[in-house]
Design a protein around this ligand. Structure first.
Ligand SMILES: CCCCC/C=C\CCCC/C=C/C(=O)SCCNC(=O)CCNC(=O)[C@H](O)C(C)(C)COP(=O)(O)OP(=O)(O)OC[C@H]1O[C@@H](n2cnc3c(N)ncnc32)[C@H](O)[C@@H]1OP(=O)(O)O
Length: 313
């Protein structure tokens, strides 16, 4: 599925879409339904408030520049932006709101707290929790990823600090990654917690850095310093930590010179197979995550990992 890119029918649909001119975006969204409107209603939305969007919980801060159409989305869940249900629902909701906003053309995802972009999934949500809790938690991870990876917008990760595991998942879902120089790490270290990255996360890693490097990185759960990440292509550019946001804005401005429609259709042509595959296998993926995570041996590994984190101090 992954290698077939896009089927003949879909190519014809896309060509027709391009041909119909004025109605192009309506057709485009029909061809590539990015989100479910019914699902939107179930989640708190980031409300447009002049130039500043804000979620009800303020774990996500959004500022949109009306002139350029660039929105900066800041994760604000101290101390380390661990992805708990509140943050994930707010992020998803925010991505979906920006998607609907016709004047928005790009989003920059970053952390309100420099030095940590995101510490990945909130490990406490995976420890000694019921299978149902873990299953619901995982669905939030999937939905957040689907909204970001399937976005029509230019998506840029301004990685201003550490970026392990699901932090890296967020970065990989973006179109381009700028990371802070220095002693910050990025990677998919799931195996270190006795966890296995799901197929869609593995695939995005392969798509970004190539099969051999991804296979190795995933097996050993590697966390790379930013210069090594640049060398591998895991990130696209480095900048001093204080300049990451400015460099991201400059990069977005280059991307804005490309017509939105052609760029978004091209992006979807390469991402649609993986999006579709996850949508199709969503329940199976949830069950696997639930069963794996609640296994006794995995719980033991998570406990030890948590103890190691605490002992760091
Ligand atoms: C086919 C089978 C399929 C099965 C599928 C199974 C699994 C799928 C995997 C899914 C993919 C994603 C997985 C994950 O994301 S797991 C999370 C992995 N994250 C990490 O390993 C990062 C851990 N954290 C750190 O390394 C550091 O905290 C840091 C990010 C480098 C920041 O360091 P520093 O600024 O020094 O902060 P502290 O370490 O002192 O942390 C401050 C407090 O925050 C707590 N903390 C840190 N990370 C987390 C976390 N991820 N979740 C919850 N809590 C976290 C830490 O314990 C400190 O708490 P305290 O102040 O109360 O001591």
């Amino acid at each position: 599925v992954r290698n077939s890119l896009i089927s003949g029918n879909e190519t014809i649909k896309m060509a027709l879409t391009i041909a119909v001119g004025g109605r192009v975006w309506r057709k485009f969204f029909k061809t590539f339904p990015f989100r479910s409107n019914s699902a939107l209603k179930r989640f708190p939305t980031c409300r447009a408030n002049g130039r500043l969007y804000s979620t009800s919980s303020d774990v996500v801060l959004v500022r949109k520049d009306e002139e350029s159409g660039i929105a900066t989305v800041r994760m604000n869940n101290p101390p380390v932006n661990s992805l708990n249900p509140t943050l994930m629902v707010a992020l998803r909701s925010c991505f979906e709101e920006l998607e609907k906003d016709k004047t928005c053309r790009a989003l920059i995802l970053t952390s309100q707290k420099p030095k940590v972009f995101s510490a990945g999934l909130d490990i406490l949500q995976l420890y000694q929790k019921s299978p149902d809790h873990v299953a619901q938690f995982w669905e939030k991870v999937q939905d957040m990823w689907l909204a970001l990876y399937g976005s029509r917008l230019i998506t840029m990760a301004a990685i201003n600090g550490h970026c392990p595991a699901a932090g890296c998942l967020l970065g990989l879902a973006c179109d381009y990654r700028i990371m802070a120089e220095g002693n910050f790490r990025i990677g998919l270290n799931e195996t270190q917690l006795d966890l296995v990255a799901p197929f869609w996360l593995r695939q995005t890693m392969i798509d970004v850095i190539g099969y051999r490097q991804a296979e190795m990185a995933l097996m050993i759960g590697a966390l790379y310093p930013s210069d090594k990440a640049l060398q591998l292509g895991l990130v696209d550019k480095l900048a001093p930590i204080e300049d990451v946001q400015t460099v991201a804005e400059e990069e977005v401005k280059n991307w804005l010179k490309i017509p939105d429609q052609a760029r978004a259709i091209t992006k979807m042509a390469s991402r649609k197979p993986l999006l579709d595959e996850l949508r199709r296998r969503k329940q199976e993926d949830i069950q696997t995550f639930r069963d794996e995570t609640t296994r006794e041996s995995v719980q033991k590994s998570i406990q030890q990992y948590l103890e190691k984190l605490k002992a760091k101090k």
